[in-house]
Design a protein around this ligand. Structure first.
Ligand SMILES: [Zn+2]
Length: 379
């Protein structure tokens, strides 16, 4: 079970014990002591009014109009992970336990930092997030309103450079590696050409590591950054944006998602990940690297039954079965029948049984022979 799921489970258990009679919103005494000296009452009141609202919709009057118009009056607050109870309403979540920690003023813009804290019992508190939002005067009416952190942080801390149809957005302290970016563009274009994909304009946002990606998005602490730092990425397919960290300009896996996910929305998850891994690697390593690891691993683990491979999850924290074995399915299909056969493979349905049937039909490998076949070929 993933850490995130455990946290949600604990929260839901907790919720069944405590009814929320009134919002649990606190202001740290350090702010109270400095309110007058630094003239912070206005931004604090704005934030508290927001937090004490009935729900996201009614709280939208405290948020700036541009973002509310752009994203909608209940989804303008883009720090979705704060909705940890998955109630579909961020305000209601925050009201279970939030402490305003600090307000910093930088050029008429206030950075307001808060901490989520949920009480489990008298000695146990859960602190999943410390996050910030901004408050500043709107352009038109000079009224103090709240703003999402990501666009402002992007403006403050990131530079950009366009290579072909990809706009690279990177930390200002980073020396942009044009060669690496061009290499990625070249590979993407070549792939698009052989599969006949139409490309549009994309954004590729990268940071040094996971922590700095979270900070950029507004999380000064995020419990999901506990554990080993590894290169990783995420694709926002709807908006054509890739977020990645740990491999700078080069993370083709996620870019590939941007154009294959809309083309094959009904294919099996293993094939979508397999395709992106076969052509773009995974976790910053190449497909061949992962395949070699898998080969070694299987030798030492004869008990793993690949006849039911679609039930397997992760080999370890670096290699996931669906990425590497999904990639292997793409490789076998490509070697047998080139691009056209891969397109046929990708047209299979979402269910496991459909994928097993398609493998048998296109590759001639029966489900009961998968274990023997794959082990023999990876030796
Ligand atoms: Zn992926």
């Amino acid at each position: 079970m993933k850490y995130k799921n455990i946290i949600i489970l604990v929260f839901n258990l907790l919720l069944s014990y405590i009814g929320l009679s009134q919002p649990n919103i606190r202001v740290d005494p350090s702010i109270q002591m400095n309110l007058e000296l630094f003239d912070l009452q206005k931004p604090l009141t704005l934030w508290l009014n927001f937090l004490n609202s009935k729900n996201d919709r009614s709280a939208s009057i405290y948020w700036n109009k541009e973002e509310v118009n752009e994203y909608g009056d209940s989804t303008y607050f883009l720090l979705k992970e704060l909705d940890l109870y998955q109630k579909g309403d961020i305000i209601k979540n925050l009201q279970y336990g939030i402490t305003v920690l600090g307000i910093t003023e930088i050029e008429n813009c206030y950075k307001i930092t808060s901490k989520l804290e949920f009480k489990i019992n008298d000695s146990t508190f859960l602190n999943p997030f410390i996050f910030h939002v901004y408050a500043k005067n709107t352009k038109e009416s000079e009224e103090l309103k709240l703003y999402n952190p990501f666009p402002i942080n992007k403006e403050k801390f990131m530079a950009s450079e366009k290579i072909g149809n990809i706009e690279y957005i990177y930390p200002k302290h980073h020396k942009f590696n044009k060669k690496k970016a061009k290499q990625q563009n070249k590979e993407i274009l070549a792939l698009a050409k052989i599969y006949d994909f139409t490309l549009s304009d994309y954004q590729f946002i990268f940071t040094d590591d996971r922590e700095s990606m979270y900070r950029l998005r507004g999380y000064d602490f995020n419990y999901q950054s506990i554990g080993k730092e590894q290169p990783s990425g995420k694709a926002n397919v709807k908006n054509g944006i890739v977020y990645s960290h740990g491999r700078a300009e080069y993370f083709p896996h996620e870019l590939i998602h941007l154009f294959i996910n809309p083309i094959w929305p009904n294919t099996h998850g293993w094939l979508i990940e397999g395709f992106a891994t076969y052509y773009g690697g995974s976790r910053g390593e190449t497909y061949d690297w992962h395949l070699q690891r898998l080969g070694n691993y299987l030798k030492n683990h004869p008990e793993i039954d690949l006849n039911n491979m679609l039930e397997l999850r992760n080999m370890d924290i670096t290699t996931g079965y669906k990425y590497v074995l999904g990639g292997y399915l793409i490789q076998l299909t490509y070697e047998k029948g080139g691009v056209e056969l891969v397109k046929k493979l990708m047209a299979t349905g979402k269910s496991d049984s459909e994928l097993y049937t398609t493998i048998e039909k296109l590759l001639g490998i029966k489900k009961i022979d998968l274990n023997e076949y794959i082990r023999k070929h990876l030796e």
